[in-house]
Design a protein. Structure first.
Length: 135
């Protein structure tokens, strides 16, 4: 019920952040207006998981992969890893998230983390196909 709706809303906010985030902070007015027109408004109970994900996303490690073709085309990519479980627990402790709220917030941070990884890997795969298309 509410958990599924919250997850959809958080996923939509994450996708907005990846797609329009740089434009929303940019200096080109038309891009900023377009980004704001697509902004996802979070429900109050989604604020804490969103803040947790945003605070913790820099703690993830990235895995560097290199790809090459026989024609000499090369491409290196950085694939995102998961936010460490211990970092999520530390964040929950620092923010005094307890009991039932703790389970919900942890679940949502982990769900956002997995969705971020899926979206980023899809973008990387598309870029790789474009790089090596027809080679």
């Amino acid at each position: 019920g509410a958990e599924r709706r919250s997850r959809k809303k958080l996923f939509a906010a994450l996708e907005w952040s990846i797609t329009f985030g740089p434009d929303a902070r940019g200096t080109v007015p038309v891009l900023r207006q377009n980004a704001e027109a697509h902004r996802v408004k979070l429900l109050p109970w989604c604020e804490m998981p969103w803040r947790g994900f945003q605070d913790l996303t820099a703690d993830r490690q990235y895995i560097v992969d290199g790809y090459g073709s026989a024609t000499g085309t090369m491409r290196n990519v950085s694939r995102p890893g998961r936010i460490p479980w211990s970092q999520i627990q530390n964040w929950l402790d620092r923010n005094k998230v307890q009991d039932r709220d703790r389970q919900f917030v942890q679940f949502m941070i982990e769900a956002l983390d997995q969705h971020f990884i899926d979206v980023q890997n899809d973008l990387i795969d598309k870029a790789l196909k474009k790089t090596f298309k027809g080679r």
